[in-house]
Ligand binder design. Sequence first.
Ligand code: SAM
Length: 294
Amino acid sequence: MTEIWTHIPIMAEQIADLLLQNPDGVYVDATLGLGGHTRLFLSRLSPRARIFGFDKDEEALQLARERVADTRLEAVHASYTQAPDVLHAQGIDGADGALFDLGLSSYQLDNPSRGFSLLQNGPLDMRFDLSAKLTAADIVNTWPLDKLEYILWEYGEEHQANKIALAIMKARKEAAITTTQALRQIVESVVPRYGKKHPATQTFQALRIACNDELNTVQTALNTLEQLIRPGGRAAILTFHSLEDRLVKNHFKMLAQTGHWTLVNKHALAPKYDEIRQNRRARSAKLRVVERKK
Ligand SMILES: C[S@@+](CC[C@H](N)C(=O)[O-])C[C@H]1O[C@@H](n2cnc3c(N)ncnc32)[C@H](O)[C@@H]1O
């Protein structure tokens, strides 16, 4: 595989400072991606430490294995919702820390064949896991109007959900919508451009979330944090849009109310100005960290 792909890990130093409390510990990188965070973590941990890295994307995992090249990393092709089971199967009760860096990597976004980018033409795919069945093309070509409108409204927070869903229904009667370009043109034909944001941005976000069932998956992981993190351990979650951040914020608040967990920071942390200047993709990041009491 080529080495052209990059993904700059976001808020990496801050996350490492907050998460790595035990240099000999067991850690989970729930969203390994290209292994950027894991590489930094390993540089700070002892030879006895271990990191279990999860990703649904086999291509990304392969790149991560090559880039990290460290026997302390075990890269697992599975959803992070399986992390507690994978650890327990190895006789590990829980992790000292887990990072969830939600969303997609630059590797996926910048690769037109994956169909995530509205700026480059490619197949309308959007699956994190290429062995999964449902693609974004399946959604736009087969889902009924009300379901399309629902995901555009709920997952895209798209105010023109009805207009766009109707335009998709009309277009697919003529010909199947199979490329990112075709979908982009359908949205452009009914929604005028305001300001810098492309009118199809929210539609693409909605489809990606629906295709990978992202919000339910995040909620499942939140509901099983107790099985993943050992007493005294921490979970750090990096989100990139308000829908995910709301789930995390509410769940962490509820955990703190049980008296068994503490919020490490009262409010979400954001990247520093310098980081945002160097990496535009960091601009919407929010970091929340919670600790399980001993
Ligand atoms: C923002 S990237 C992670 C980047 C990584 N922290 C790095 O520094 O290279 C998010 C990754 O999470 C993966 N992913 C998304 N949903 C997942 C899930 N349910 N389980 C495991 N990995 C998932 C995506 O395939 C993507 O590679």
